[in-house]
Design a protein around this ligand. Structure first.
Ligand code: SF4
Length: 396
């Protein structure tokens, strides 16, 4: 406990699974000492997951195009239409990458890309149905509300029709991409052409009502205030109260290279860890909390396991978007499992729905496949190997 009566009362109520207000969450974020804050968040994790299991998933982010009309100021990945470095993968290339991922044990693919001016609902229908036809067991956890809005606009459909059609084509769930900061002031400052935060949530709510669940993300560190970080979480929690469709909350930190914001602001590791802990206490209605070793580093990722986190996310066989902006952390399956184990937790491979596929109860159960490494074909990473047939994205 912190020794401050007001803070202790809030921490205790949240640790017991009670609901705290946004004002109380902000007070914890700014004023609670780190250790009592982390302890309360970890108490929530222990109550939810008394077996001590921390999960990971094997998946691959495949980017179908870097062509985008939305020009977010924090983005180092996109190229404007007609730019010489713009590219779009053929369907054959995407399927080849899916096959590679499946061979390495991936259970999920994240198909993510820019807002290409020609890519309407029909493009995504063909993409998802082709992947499902070739790899029926590969879960398509992909795109985000921004892509849904863009494809609906290109094809002249409603949001609901676009969602129904891509679900029928094979989309299993929606990744929480594009959330960045949902409140209007910081969102307009970093992504003036993107949909509003309310619109992002409207797509998610519509998807949830259609039986398409999702995750929710947050990008911190682009100059938003502490209050705006909490407001972002409030907006998500309010939708979750109505739908229950968010499986996980996944905050990550803005990466400073090669984008228009030029790294003028960044979140510190301590800010990130405090946010993680407050998120666990605030989201009493969201089951899972994932930390980002890719953007914060493996050490911070491991510390987060003592601040309420129950999922370390993906091994990232391929990732180009955040890596283009300077995230250089790499890992491999055996190392990820070791990180979880040496934090005193039991590692388990999960599927997209957080079902345990393999629990590594003892070190003797640990995976040994050294081929499963992050960025084994990420074209934005130096030495990112197998992007062989593709033009390199200039990152420096
Ligand atoms: S973040 Fe997405 S929508 Fe924004 S510019 Fe980059 S690719 Fe386009």
């Amino acid at each position: 406990m912190s020794g401050n009566r007001e803070l202790d009362d809030i921490l205790q109520r949240a640790a017991d699974g009670g609901r705290i207000s946004p004002e109380e969450a902000l007070l914890l974020y700014t004023d609670a000492p780190l250790h009592p804050l982390g302890e309360a968040a970890d108490a929530v994790r222990r109550r939810r997951y008394p077996d001590g299991i921390v999960t990971y998933i094997i998946d691959r982010n495949i980017n179908y195009t870097n062509v985008c009309v939305t020009a977010c100021k924090f983005c180092a990945f996109y190229r404007a239409p007609k730019h010489a470095e713009g590219w779009s993968h053929s369907l054959d290339e995407i399927l080849r990458r899916c096959a590679e991922a499946v061979a390495l044990g991936a259970t999920q693919v994240m198909l993510q890309g820019g807002h290409h001016p020609d890519f309407g609902v029909e493009y995504y229908e063909e993409l998802f149905s082709s992947v499902k036809r070739e790899f029926p067991d590969l879960v398509i956890h992909s795109i985000g509300p921004s892509e849904v809005l863009h494809m609906a606009k290109v094809s002249g459909t409603s949001i609901e029709e676009a969602l129904r059609r891509i679900k029928a084509a094979g989309l299993d769930s929606i990744a929480g991409a594009g959330a960045e900061m949902l409140p209007a002031r910081p969102r307009t400052a970093i992504a003036p052409l993107k949909e509003s935060g309310e619109r992002w949530l409207e797509v998610m709510e519509t998807a949830h009502h259609l039986g398409i669940e999702s995750t929710a993300t947050m990008m911190m560190g682009t100059g938003e205030t502490n209050a705006e970080r909490i407001e972002h979480m409030r907006m998500i929690r309010d939708v979750q109260d109505r739908t229950g469709g968010f499986r996980s909350f996944i905050p990550w930190t803005y990466q400073p290279e090669n984008n228009h914001l030029k790294g003028r602001t960044q979140a510190t590791s301590l800010e990130y860890l405090r946010l993680i802990a407050v998120a666990r206490l605030f989201f009493h209605n969201v089951a899972h909390l994932q930390s980002s070793w890719l953007t914060t580093g493996k050490d911070v990722g491991q510390v987060s396991l003592h601040m309420g986190v129950d999922d370390l996310g993906s091994i990232m066989l391929e990732e180009n978007v955040i890596s283009s902006a300077g995230a250089r952390h790499r890992s491999k399956l055996t190392e990820l499992v070791e990180m979880i184990r040496t934090a005193g937790r039991i590692p388990a491979q999960r599927d997209t729905r957080y079902n345990h596929l393999r629990v590594h109860w003892t070190p003797a159960d640990d995976p040994t496949d050294e081929r499963v490494v992050s960025h084994f074909s990420s074209i934005a990473m130096p030495g990112g190997g197998a992007g062989r047939s593709l033009p390199l994205v200039e990152t420096r």
